[in-house]
Design a protein around this ligand. Structure first.
Ligand code: SAH
Length: 238
């Protein structure tokens, strides 16, 4: 059985005692049925992975003793995913898959045709943590709060290029091979696509590259995974 992994927002080092909150202690003791003495793997998103022994796990919390480092810290390339949230289950899917695919930061954005006006940032962050726990990752992408697209673009740092997946470009897929390396953000629209005004603004920005994701129109969640794969293969760490 694969070793149980837990994200802990606490410094990690040999001999370091680490407190468990009630939910973590319940997960280890109540759900996974582990007893004191059992060894699990922990990571905090900064210090790699470590083995740790359960010292106690009760109703109100518990603690771990950190043993030794089992894997170095591995951070993804400097790639952000900017996407318009869609229905709850599909938004969860996008966050989970983006964490698995190696997005460094995930930014939900409100576009003209975005249906949802709110997101549960804490819930989405928990999905990113769970994806890292399950995939052996040591990094957890931060999920930003929902921001309107115009405001995001107003404050945009022009040294971060935007790879804009535009459904109006549907056709032979683009190769990203000629594009410069460095900081990037992928932009995926909502089920309704981008408006004419949004399209005009994006086309006028010098740091935006408009791309096709092939001849078929993809749903937003599929488009996000496809764009992440294209970028990772051409400019990332694949
Ligand atoms: N309702 C729109 C489709 C939106 S698809 C229409 O019928 O035209 C949702 C998002 O996925 C799009 O905004 C775009 O970012 C991305 N997307 C889907 N298929 C794509 C393709 N073939 N090329 C580029 N982007 C695509």
């Amino acid at each position: 059985m694969a070793r149980i992994r837990l994200f802990i927002d606490h410094p990690l080092g040999t001999g370091q005692p680490v407190p468990l909150d009630a939910a973590q202690a319940h997960y280890l003791g109540g759900v996974m049925r582990l007893s004191p003495g059992a060894v699990i793997e922990v990571f905090n998103g900064r210090d790699g992975a470590w083995s740790a022994r359960i010292a106690s796990a009760g109703k109100r919390g518990g603690s771990l003793d950190v043993l030794e480092q089992t894997a170095p810290q591995r951070n993804p390339p400097d790639l952000w995913l900017v996407f318009a949230p869609i229905k709850k289950a599909r938004t969860d899917f996008i966050v989970e898959k983006a964490a698995e695919m190696g997005a460094a930061r995930i930014l939900p954005v409100q576009t003209e045709f975005t249906n949802s006006e709110r997101i549960r940032q804490d819930r989405l962050q928990a999905h990113a943590v769970e994806a890292a726990e399950q995939c052996g990752g040591t990094f957890v992408p931060a999920i930003a709060d929902l921001a309107p697209l115009p405001r995001l673009l107003d404050g945009w740092d022009a040294s971060r290029r935007i790879l804009w997946a535009d459904e109006a470009m549907a056709g032979p897929a683009d190769t990203l091979a000629g594009l410069p390396r460095g900081p990037w953000a992928i932009l995926i629209g909502p089920e309704g696509g981008f408006s004419d005004a949004e399209r005009a603004r994006l086309r006028a920005l010098p740091f935006v590259n408009r791309i096709s994701l092939g001849p078929r129109i993809l749903r937003a969640d599929t488009a996000a995974v496809a764009a992440l794969a294209l970028w990772q293969a051409a400019l990332g760490d694949w």
